[in-house]
Every structure is written in C-alpha cells, then in structure tokens.
Design a binder for this molecule. Structure first.
Ligand code: PLP
Length: 379
C-alpha cells in the first residue's frame, strides 16, 4: 500500500482533471486557431479554461498566460522584468531560499553583469520586510520573492514586499513564485500587489507539463516565444489544450473546496506533529507555523537520505529535506545555518486533500522502525 506524503514534489492527478484532459484529446481536439466550427469549439473551451484558472487565482482571464510549467513561468518573468527595466538599472533582489527556477536565472544574469542581492533567512526561513526594504535601491528593477518555500513551508511577506517597493518609490517589478502557495494559502495577485506570479499544474492535482504566468493588466512583457501569436502574442505555439483543460478543472475544483482542503491539511499537520514528537525520540519540528501542506522536521543524528530510502521500501513516500541537488546539499538548508546534525536529518512531509490519518500513522510507525534499525540505541 502506498502512503504518499510528498505532495510538495508532485500531486496525484485528480479524476476530474484526467477526465477533462481525455475529453480535450478525444472530443474537442481541434486547433483553437482554426476558423471552422470544430476549431471554434476548442477555442471556446480554452477561453473557459483560462477563465477557470483566473477565477481560482482571483484575477482577470486576460492576465493568465499558459506556460509549460512553473519553471518556465519563473524564467520568463525574470528575463522579461529585467528586459523591461534595462534602462532603469541592473539590480535584482531575491531571497537565498528561492527555488532553483528563480535562482538559476538570477545567477545567469549575474554572469551577464546584473547585481543580485540574496536576502538571507532566519533559522525558520523567514525574511523580514525590513531586510527587503533596506536592500531596495533606485536601480532595483526586479524583486522576486516566493510565497511559500517548497522545503520549509514558510510563508514569506510578499504583500509587505509590494508595500516596501511602493514606499521606496523604486522602479522594481515584483514577481512571486506562488507554485507552492496556490490553493494552499489564500491570496489574489491584486491583493498581494505583485506584477508577475507563477503557478504550476502538477502541484494542484493536474498533470505535469502545464503552468501559468499571471501578468498584471497593463504590463506589456516581451514575448517568450515568437511564432503564430498564440497566448496574446506572448507565447506562440499551438496551445496544450489537454493539459490546460486538466489544469483548469483542477484549479476550479481546488478553489471550490480550498477552505475545506486547507482545514484538512492543517489538521493533519497538527496531528503529525503530535504523533511524531510523541513517538519518535529526538525528532524536532523545524517550522512550527507554516503553510498547511508542508511539515519540515529533523531527526538529528540520522542521515535523511537513508531514512527516506528505508521508508520508501515500506511504501512511504516523503522527501529528504536537505536532499542533494546535483551533488550539492540543499541551498535552503545551507541558508538556515542549522547545526550539521539537524541539517543532515531533515525530512519534508507534505500533505494534500487526499492524505489520511492512516498515511500519517504509517509514517510514524515507519519512522520508529527506521530509527530502531539505524540507531537501535537511540530509540
Ligand atoms: N517553484 C517552486 C516553489 C516549486 O516547488 C517548484 C517545483 O518543485 C517549481 C517552482 C517548479 O515548478 P515545475 O515543476 O512546474 O517546473
């Protein structure tokens, strides 16, 4: 039996999303750009899908541009923002704990002459709005701050960042990677005050290979892909109608049940904290208050990769919090400056609407057994 506790990595496609994709592939499979009625049907469906994603995000349909993933949305937002700001300056502010899909484009810009300030978090991944305010300069053209950190679940002060940018009168555009925040913490792009915001389908029970970039109305971005003019001339290429239909279905249903789902995940998170701290000696919760779906813990003295593999053998799926990425330990955990034992033993447990108490109970049992097996003297 599978106990899937790695929903920050990806989520199971929900049946309604799979059904929407199937219908888009087997019934309304025309090209939305074709002029005859069959193409028109696909175009109408695409329009509805855009409206559904916009409805879930709380923005206008014309502010939603579909992309292939969160990584693409982040890359595009960053390259477009610096292009727009070219004449105003070459300074970027971001955080040291962004996803690689933000950090790598920033590093590339550094190589090409931009200056990047990486805000350093405290031991729970928190970045203070004051830190950001102090980093802003008259030549700052982009601030990129994630809404929810994918390894820690920490919710970052994006609203306050928008206010600080306005108060400083600085020309920066504000981009937010909301891939982990969408349908987990309540927000609308307008109320966050962002110019650009990225989301991804596979974190909300749609398939992999689809995402979106919110582009604030009135902001004119340079196109990402030039060609036939699809997606408002911004991202050409025949639209991925099946993936988009699934994304829209998942977003619509997720928004409808968000309140209930978030309450369920928050309850499971609290239940997991109670059970784990009671049953697994030495286990420490790294971020007591965070997004409802992510619980980072650590088992000091244990190697998280070994624990993850042992649990995996029992059908329990979760992530090693400090997982190596191409041979390097996680930059997020490096930024927290935790003691080595806590860093090496970090685990990320992540929930969804379909996670159950039985999944958590299996994890507690599995972790106890793993602890016995690895360090019999410690349990
Ligand atoms: N940003 C964050 C915070 C993420 O957690 C992820 C995925 O892990 C991404 C961006 C990348 O999204 P995608 O897998 O759709 O490219």
């Amino acid at each position: 039996m599978l106990h899937y506790l790695d929903n920050a990595a990806t989520t199971q496609v929900r049946p309604e999303a799979a059904q929407a994709a199937l219908e888009a592939m087997t019934q309304g499979w025309g090209n939305p750009s074709s002029v005859y009625a069959f193409g028109g049907e696909a175009a109408r469906q695409l329009k509805q899908d855009r409206a559904d994603v916009a409805g879930a995000l709380g923005c206008r349909p014309e502010e939603v541009t579909f992309t292939s993933c969160g990584t693409e949305s982040n890359n595009w937002a960053i390259s477009a923002a610096v292009e727009l700001g070219r004449r105003k300056g070459q300074h970027i502010v971001t955080t040291a704990i962004e996803h690689a899909a933000v950090l790598e484009p920033c590093r590339e810009l550094e190589r090409r002459g931009w200056e990047v300030t990486y805000l350093q978090p405290d031991s729970q991944g928190w970045i203070s709005p004051d830190q950001l305010a102090r980093a802003l300069r008259p030549d700052t053209v982009l601030v990129s701050m994630m809404l929810v950190n994918n390894e820690l679940g920490t919710i970052l002060p994006v609203r306050e960042a928008a206010r600080a940018i306005r108060a400083a009168g600085c020309p920066a555009l504000l981009h937010c990677d909301a891939v982990q925040g969408f349908l987990k913490v309540p927000f609308t792009p307008g109320e966050l005050g962002v110019d650009l915001l990225s989301v991804s389908g596979h974190k909300i029970h749609a398939p992999k290979g689809v995402g979106a970039l919110y582009i604030r109305k009135g902001l004119r971005l340079p196109p990402l892909i030039r060609g036939g003019g699809q997606e408002g001339n911004l991202r050409s290429g025949t639209e991925a109608t099946a993936q988009i239909a699934a994304f829209a279905a998942a977003a619509r249903l997720g928004a409808e049940t968000m309140e209930r789902d978030v309450a369920h995940m928050a309850q499971l998170r609290a239940y997991a904290v109670e059970q784990l701290t009671g049953a697994v000696p030495g286990l420490k919760v790294l971020v007591p208050q965070g997004a409802p779906h992510i619980l980072p813990v650590t088992l000091p003295g244990y190697k998280s990769e070994v624990v993850v593999r042992l649990l995996g053998d029992r059908g329990i799926c979760l992530s090693s919090g400090s997982a190596c990425h191409r041979g390097k330990p996680s930059h997020v955990f490096a930024a927290l400056k935790l003691p080595k034992g806590e860093r090496d033993g970090a685990l990320r447990i992540s929930f969804s609407y379909d996670t159950t108490r039985e999944d958590v109970d299996a994890l507690v049992r599995g972790l106890r057994e793993a602890a016995d097996q690895l360090f019999p003297t410690m349990s």
